[in-house]
Design a protein around this ligand. Structure first.
Ligand code: UD1
Length: 423
């Protein structure tokens, strides 16, 4: 499918932001431990979420969805593996490792390999499972973790605050014997959301969202209800879309505190941003100012997931902006596509230099990955004329009906077949 955009329209209006993909995925995986019916609200409708449902069903769970409310019944779990096909569908399925291991005493996953944005090794996850007492071996492209006698608490210093590894440890250690301490833990809001969910199920986790997380293992977790936090990256992307069109929009249902560094960048670019407890209003000038330096960092730094949409936003700024990507090694694949709009950017290793141009022109472009695809939507909204963004499936992994959201904000955008027909 294609997103077809007629650009140049100023975005205005109000919209509610979807639930967080990166919160929903580990929480869904974690429902495996609850041995009953878990109800997850504000769960976004995304292909990555569907891929997670497929894994849960393969493992023996019953999953149903009504709108944004998902029910997972994990009373009977019949498998401890994730087949290669399901693993390939979504790299972040490694987030099931801790949950399957804690539930079954054994987990078998294929190695995730590289992905669109980089190598994505899982050494930190495996090292942590070893420290928790699991035996880990690799055989024929599969990783097998076993802990027949159960896991036991440990001290786990992370060499890098990996989001996925921190989540896997919290999940696995919740049912381990004794206390686990993770140092240099990731501090992303999604970590705190997972801890809130787990604690609601009876886990004992303290310090989530800080550098040191302490998990006191409990004997069992019981099913509970949970509402997923709003998606800060989707929110930032829609704010960038408003900013690049000189627009004025209000986003509701969000937590502005989760968007600290992004708001700083919008302000440096000349936007007026007003935030109160659950909403953000942005008012952009007709031309943005450049942003001297953006450096992606673990939370509370500038998020790597917003790097590409931010770059697209700055292609029209009045001057030179610089972005340094420190988290993933292959996150500039969208740059070549942006130049098709007439944007001037060059990449040197981990640095992108953006020389803002006065006008972008509609182009036919191909979405290289999830956030790179979102960047192309942002550029297309600003560009004069018609833009077609091919390979919509990448974008649909993380953005729920962006064509509906953006149309609601006065953009002219449709999701169509390659031959231009709507489905
Ligand atoms: C999560 C997010 C993703 C986001 C990323 C960084 C989900 C589903 N995905 O991904 O959207 O871009 O956080 O904010 O929540 N690393 C290792 N060894 C490991 C694990 C990670 O070297 O065992 C490296 C990675 O290659 C990468 C860096 O650490 O360079 C960050 O990865 P990590 O924080 O683990 O990201 P994910 O959890 O995969």
């Amino acid at each position: 499918m294609i997103y077809e955009i007629t650009g140049g329209r100023r975005l205005r209006g109000e919209c509610r932001v979807q639930g967080s993909k990166n919160s929903a995925l580990p929480i869904l995986a974690c429902s495996l431990l609850c041995r009953g019916e878990t109800v997850i609200r504000n769960c976004p409708v995304l292909s990555d979420v569907e891929a997670t449902f497929a894994i849960l069903r393969h493992l023996g769970c019953r999953v149903s969805r009504e709108g944004h409310t998902v029910t997972v019944d994990s009373a009977s779990v019949t498998a401890d593996d994730i087949p290669d096909t399901l693993m390939r569908e979504m790299r972040s399925s490694v987030i099931f490792l801790g949950a399957i291991l804690a539930r079954n005493g054994r987990a078998s996953l294929s190695t995730p390999g590289g992905c669109e944005i980089g190598l994505r090794p899982i050494d930190l996850h495996l090292d942590a499972m070893r420290r928790l007492g699991a035996q880990v071996r690799e055989e024929f492209g599969r990783i097998v973790c076993e802990a027949p006698g159960g896991l036991r608490g440990a001290k786990i210093p992370l060499s890098f605050p990996s989001v996925g590894a921190t989540e896997n440890i919290m999940i696995a250690a919740s049912l381990a014997q004794g206390e686990t301490t993770v140092t240099n833990a990731a501090r992303e809001p999604e970590i705190s959301d997972l801890a809130d969910f787990l604690n609601g199920c009876g886990a004992k986790i303290a310090g989530a969202g800080e550098g040191t997380v302490v998990i006191e293992g409990v004997e069992r977790l019981s099913p509970a209800g949970h509402t997923v936090i709003p998606d800060r990256i989707a929110a930032a992307t829609y704010l960038a879309a408003a900013a690049v069109t000189g627009g004025e929009i209000t986003l509701t249902g969000i937590i502005p505190a989760h968007l600290g560094p992004e708001i700083g960048v919008f302000e440096e670019a000349g936007c007026r941003v007003e935030a109160d407890c659950r909403r953000i209003r942005i008012n952009a000038p007709s031309r943005l100012r450049p942003v001297k330096m953006i450096r992606t960092m673990p939370y509370p730094g500038f998020p790597t997931d917003f790097q590409a949409p931010a770059a697209a936003m700055l292609t029209g700024a009045a001057g030179v902006s610089v972005i340094i990507e420190t988290i993933f090694e292959n996150r500039f694949k969208y740059v070549g596509e942006l130049t098709r709009f007439g944007a001037k950017l060059r990449v040197d290793g981990r640095m992108a230099v953006i020389d803002g141009v006065e006008r972008l022109y509609g182009a036919n472009v191909v979405s290289p990955d999830l956030r790179g695809g979102a960047a192309l939507l942002v550029a297309g909204l600003a560009a004069e004329g018609v833009t077609r963004v091919y390979d919509s499936r990448h974008i649909e992994r993380g953005y729920e009906s962006p064509e509906r959201v953006l149309s609601g904000l006065s953009a002219e955008i449709r999701r169509v077949e390659e031959d231009g027909t709507e489905r």
